[in-house]
Design a protein around this ligand. Sequence first.
Ligand code: ZN
Length: 241
Amino acid sequence: MRSAILSDVHANLEALEAVLQDADARKIENILFLGDAVGYGPDPNECVEILMKRCKVFLAGNHDWGVLGQTDITYFNEHARTAIGWTKGVLTKKNLKNLKSFLLQKEMEKEDMLLVHSTPKEPEEWHYLLTLWDAEINFHYFSKKYCFIGHTHYPFIIERLPSGELVTYKEKASKGEMERYIMNVGSVGQPRDGDPRASYAIVDDEKLEIVRVPYDVTAVQKKMRKAGLDSLLIERLAAGR
Ligand code: ZN
């Protein structure tokens, strides 16, 4: 079975629609979401509703929890904090309730995978998995063969060989029989790896793959300006940083 795994939509409707169109064109029906539906972008209600409708699994991210008051946002940077405040003001009661139903992590038995927004280690602490050393530690915090994450908005695939050696892939990896994997699927709505196109992952029986999808960045920026959102957040969309 093929799955599409999405993360970090951040209320960017145009990017979400472009990614879902791409997955539809490939006839992928199993869509999984790893968290941060809201924060930063101008369309939180629409994004929550579409995710609820289209995804089989939806997880919560730190921004979702921030909006719900379930996590301390004093450690968020000023731009993120302001965006959380704005989002709280526009989210409907129904969508706040929807967000509340999002899980912190999900184990999929048949697929042998763990889904989590930040890291398998203490997911509610929202750690960042940035280095190979972080990956090595986290491989000891899950027992499944595959772990899919988001949170850093930086896509990668890390393979752990039976010898313990770690190998990194940028876009695609063939599934090995004895190997284990941590894959960051990147961000749909606010990529930060220098490529402004939306990022998501496709997983099938043979491989793990990062897919990039162009979308109308200017349209989102226009809406953000109209909503009075932070100019740094508006500009970084075009650079993908
Ligand atoms: Zn995020």
